[in-house]
Design a protein around this ligand. Structure first.
Ligand code: AMP
Ligand code: MG
Length: 405
């Protein structure tokens, strides 16, 4: 891993993300599943169409398909074709068939006139004008041709993509298998919700955040619970997690001087870097490799854990899951409705509420309380306001960058 991991001082968050992404090798195992189970899964191979879409030349209008004759505007109707039907006979100049949108164009037909421009007298149909050659005709393969690559390996399937696969008659596809992630929290003070709260103890919440976030991403979660600050128990938990999972996410005990066991154990069983990242909340963070998995050590502080998960672990999991392109989170410009207090040094991820004001502009109201222990502020927020490391206070009315949550 890069030397910068051992550099003194604070590591810029961009460098941390680059280091993490650079050292992750995506999971390659493939499984075949039905398309109905494939939403949000990552394609393992390119998908090519085996058919033309549309499958046959067809009408873009309700009207008359005809074989153009320069002689007269009056044609002879020789039949009708509705969607799903085919007219087998070949039209000759001056003949037409009644046709509905989407129905196959009869052989010999080279234009469609919409019904509004036709008057009917028995089987004699008179048009207001001759159509241009191929007017209102949709050609076979116009949308997708046989052998076109329609979705690529590494694409994450959206609901509409699943529909696209269905429209091409594809019932099963190869996807990268789901990630398996082990999650645990360390700390003697932590109590499982539902248990009585003892003096000096706090309810454990980081696993609830992380596991819930993982469940939303089709990830198989292995919940290893709360591990006390005990070297042997931590060693056993990390070894078990490493054996069963592609990645291990722990929280707590990454600050200097505290929970030394975490650091000690990880150095014994893997290659781990403890970073102080120039971000707020979330300074202490560990990343590394164990024999069979990647390790992410989040700060214990609930807001710091959630924000480092969001900023550092999410892109890592995207890469690990086989996603073709791991793009930075999308940012929008918004006008701040009040002053943003900040000291230069670390990139800030402040909590706020973004709305569209009466003028139609995107504005953001930063919260007063930005303490990194205040999980309720993150719960109320619908965005993070990203203030660059070098920036100081920002005045009301200035444009800032936000990431929607
Ligand atoms: P640590 O990083 O272990 O020093 O923890 C920093 C702060 O976050 C301490 O106040 C811990 O009690 C608290 N904390 C650590 N882990 C958790 C957790 N899983 N859930 C809620 N709070 C935690
Ligand atoms: Mg702790």
């Amino acid at each position: 891993m890069n030397d910068v991991c051992n550099a003194p001082g604070l590591l810029p968050i961009e460098t941390a993300i680059q280091n993490i992404l650079g050292s992750i090798t995506p999971v390659k195992d493939v499984e075949t599943i039905t398309i109905m189970q494939s939403v949000d899964r990552v394609l393992a191979s390119d998908v090519k169409s085996t058919i033309n879409v549309p499958a046959h030349n067809n009408s873009a209008m309700d009207g008359y398909a005809l074989c153009i004759s320069d002689k007269s505007l009056t044609y002879t109707q020789v039949g009708s074709v509705f969607a799903g039907q085919v007219f087998e006979e070949t039209l000759t100049p001056g003949q037409c068939v009644r046709i509905m949108t989407g129905a196959a164009i009869a052989p010999g037909a080279n234009g469609v006139v919409m019904q509004e421009n036709a008057s009917v007298d028995g089987d004699k149909i008179t048009f207001t004008a001759q159509p241009e050659l191929n007017e209102n005709v949709r050609f076979a393969g116009e949308d997708i041709a046989i052998d076109d690559v329609i979705l690529k390996a590494g694409d994450k399937l959206k609901a509409v993509d699943v529909g696209l696969l269905a429209s091409l008659g594809i019932a099963n596809i190869d996807v990268v298998r789901n990630l398996k992630i082990a999650v645990l929290s360390t700390g003697d003070e932590l109590i499982e919700p539902g248990q009585p709260l003892m003096q000096g103890a706090i309810f454990e919440s980081n696993r609830a955040v992380i596991i819930s976030a993982l469940q939303q991403k089709n990830i198989d979660v292995l919940d290893l619970g709360i591990i006390p600050d005990d070297k042997e128990l931590i060693t056993n938990a990390f070894l078990k997690a490493n054996e069963l999972a592609d990645a291990v996410i722990s929280s707590g005990g990454v600050s200097v001087g505290e929970a030394d066991f975490t650091k000690e154990v990880l150095n014994e069983i893997g290659e781990i870097h403890f970073w102080k990242i120039a971000m707020k909340p979330g300074k202490p963070f560990a990343f590394g490799k164990l024999s069979n998995s990647y390790f992410f050590g989040l700060p214990g502080n609930p807001v710091s854990a959630a924000v480092t998960f969001n900023q550092l672990v999410e892109p890592a999991l995207q890469k690990l899951s086989g996603l073709g392109e791991v793009n930075p989170k999308m940012r929008f410009n918004a006008v701040t409705t009040s002053v943003i207090k900040k000291r230069p040094g670390r990139a800030d991820f402040q909590r706020g509420t973004a709305t569209i004001n009466e003028q139609g502009d995107l504005v953001v109201a930063p919260f007063n309380k930005q303490g990194s222990g205040v999980l309720s502020s993150l719960s109320k927020a619908n965005c993070l306001i990203v203030v660059p490391a070098q920036s100081g206070n920002i005045e009301k009315g200035a444009t800032v960058s936000i990431e929607l949550l």
